[in-house]
Design a protein around this ligand. Structure first.
Ligand code: FAD
Ligand code: NAD
Length: 477
């Protein structure tokens, strides 16, 4: 399309984020209805379900990234994109403040953007529960730079462990890979890491074979709490066979540079604080609120009891506002913070916003027609206008009849290593809980079909084939 050219007769719709929620909205949004502005510090969409595979090089990160520019280029009416972080939403004055947080800054790197309507899809932050040392010493697994950092650190630990004259205790520590959080992120990463060791590291660097070890630490009595009981047992059994240690009912309390302190209850019921040395620490304990979201909540009295995110109504309107909507991990609509929920919310909101624009245009047309009817010189003209009004009113009722958002759960899938996956799939007739190698092929084909573009799909297939034929690359970038 042509350059972005705002039309003063249209409302300005600002979309924050380029993740699952925002992109699924933009995909279905008729951009001719509004002046659309997208603000996000990340100029690409990231297919997060395959991010754990990027930590070991099973998949290269660029294969699961889709530039937002190439995606927006296909919209009917041009959309403006600013690579920036929204630092504040001023609800009262309908203004957002944006900052260019990237390395290269121009003479202007902070400014403001006014909006008529705002969609907040900024996702969530990594939860640390205020545990000291996590940010300084641990690695998160949420974005591409996180996966790159982990990939680098794995190899750094391995190479440092094989350094001349390294003491046996130090070798053991450096090769101890600790994952905190037994949700799907922690489980999938632990599985990928063990695969990397079994398929590649062990082969290229045999001297680490006896000491490389993965431990998964989880505060609750079991991992993957959102999966069926038999799949939890299957995962725990598979991890045992893969020699991944699972330490359940163990709560990490403090993180130091070379060890974590974790609390568990021993056989006599006594609480014990244990020091666990590590070389690599991956922290995957779920989501927390982003500061910009927290700040917006503090401006809206109706949000005062909301803790985990922006409370929204069944039309995803942020409660206490009329012109702000929220989608994905930053919104609390009684669903788990997943890509599946975020993308359905985005698609729903696109439909809603498209309908609202239609409603506006029909209402304007109706007002014009009743004017025509009033001033009509003859009965024929009056009747003609009346007929048109009737038709338009019927259309308006149809357009306005959009129902509230309803989430349709398709199921949960997770990779657990050694070419096995677990799946809880919702069928018309009930639930199917299955795990194993067949499920792994299902996992692969499901995620492949969900990839953002054909380009992504081909790149992922090529990465899988490359890994199969040549093994994973063990060079440290
Ligand atoms: P995100 O996708 O996180 O996007 C947020 C966007 O907002 C980003 O573009 C970000 O750059 C931008 N942003 C951040 N701050 C600002 C700001 N201040 N101003 C403007 N923009 C901002 N879910 C599943 O259903 N299935 C899976 O298999 C699955 N696997 C996962 C694997 C991993 C490793 C992770 C971390 C998550 C996984 N999830 C999965 C969860 C899923 O990724 C999230 O629920 C989903 O990304 C939420 O979508 P979102 O749009 O709310 O946020
Ligand atoms: P999560 O919230 O699902 O799990 C975090 C786990 O960390 C919890 O089980 C919690 O008990 C544990 N924990 C918290 N503090 C701890 C501590 N101090 N010590 C030890 N354990 C502690 O987080 P996640 O795995 O990052 O997932 C986040 C969201 O993304 C979820 O909604 C999840 O469903 C979704 N996701 C889905 C998939 C998939 O479907 N395959 C993959 C990744 C993420």
């Amino acid at each position: 399309p042509a350059q972005y050219d705002p039309d003063p007769s249209k409302k300005t719709l600002v979309v924050l984020g380029t993740g699952w929620g925002a992109v699924s909205l933009l995909k279905k949004l008729d951009t001719e209805n509004y002046n659309v502005i997208v603000v996000s510090p990340r100029n690409y969409f990231l297919f997060t379900p395959l991010l754990p595979s990027c930590t070991t090089g099973t998949i290269e990160h660029r294969s699961i990234m889709e530039p937002i520019r190439s995606f927006l280029r296909h919209k009917k009416a041009a959309v403006k994109y600013y690579e920036a972080e929204c630092t504040k939403i001023d609800y009262e004055n309908k203004m957002i403040y944006i900052n260019d947080e990237s390395e290269i800054k121009g003479s202007t790197s902070a400014t403001e953007v006014p909006f008529d309507m705002l969609v907040v899809g900024v996702g969530a932050e990594n939860a640390t529960f205020g545990i000291p040392g996590v940010r300084e010493h641990g690695c998160f697994l949420k974005e591409v730079p996180d996966a790159q950092k982990i990939r680098k650190r794995i190899m750094d630990c391995v190479e440092t462990a094989t350094f001349k004259d390294q003491s046996p205790d130090e070798v053991k520590r450096l090769l101890h890979m600790v994952v905190v959080g037994g949700g799907p992120t922690g489980v999938e990463f632990a599985g990928e890491l063990q695969d990397f060791f079994e398929n590649d590291l062990r082969k290229w660097i045999p001297e680490i074979s006896n000491n490389f070890h993965v431990t998964l630490v989880e505060a609750l009595p079991n991992v993957l709490p959102m999966f069926s009981k038999n799949l939890i047992e299957y995962t725990e059994q598979t991890f045992k066979e893969e020699t991944i240690d699972i330490r359940t009912k163990t709560m990490v309390k403090r993180v130091e540079e070379k060890y974590i302190e974790a609390e568990y209850t021993d056989a006599s019921g006594k609480k014990v604080l244990e020091k666990i040395p590590y070389g690599l620490l991956v922290w995957a304990t779920g989501n927390a609120l982003k500061p910009v979201v927290k700040d917006l909540m503090s401006q809206i009295p109706a949000q005062k009891d909301s803790r985990r995110g922006l409370a929204v109504n069944e039309y995803l309107v942020v409660k206490g506002t009329e012109n702000i909507w929220a989608v994905g991990d930053c919104a609390i609509a009684n669903y788990a913070p997943t890509a599946q929920v975020a993308s359905q919310e985005g698609a729903f909101l696109a439909r809603l916003l498209n309908q609202m624009a239609k409603t506006d245009s029909i209402e304007t047309e109706l007002a014009e027609l009743s004017n025509v009817q009033e001033k009509a010189a003859s009965k024929d003209l009056r009747d003609e206008a009346f007929g048109k009004i009737k038709d338009l009113q019927k259309r308006l009722r149809r357009v306005k009849s959009i129902g509230p958002f309803e989430y349709s759960h398709q199921g949960s899938l997770a990779y657990i290593g050694s070419e096995k996956a677990v799946a809880d799939i919702s069928w018309l007739t009930g639930n199917l809980a299955t795990g194993g190698q067949l499920t792994y092929f299902f996992w692969r084909s499901a995620y492949l079909s969900m990839c953002f573009s054909t380009r992504n799909r081909i790149l992922v297939i090529m990465d899988w084939a490359k890994t199969q034929v040549f093994g994973r690359d063990v060079s440290r970038e």
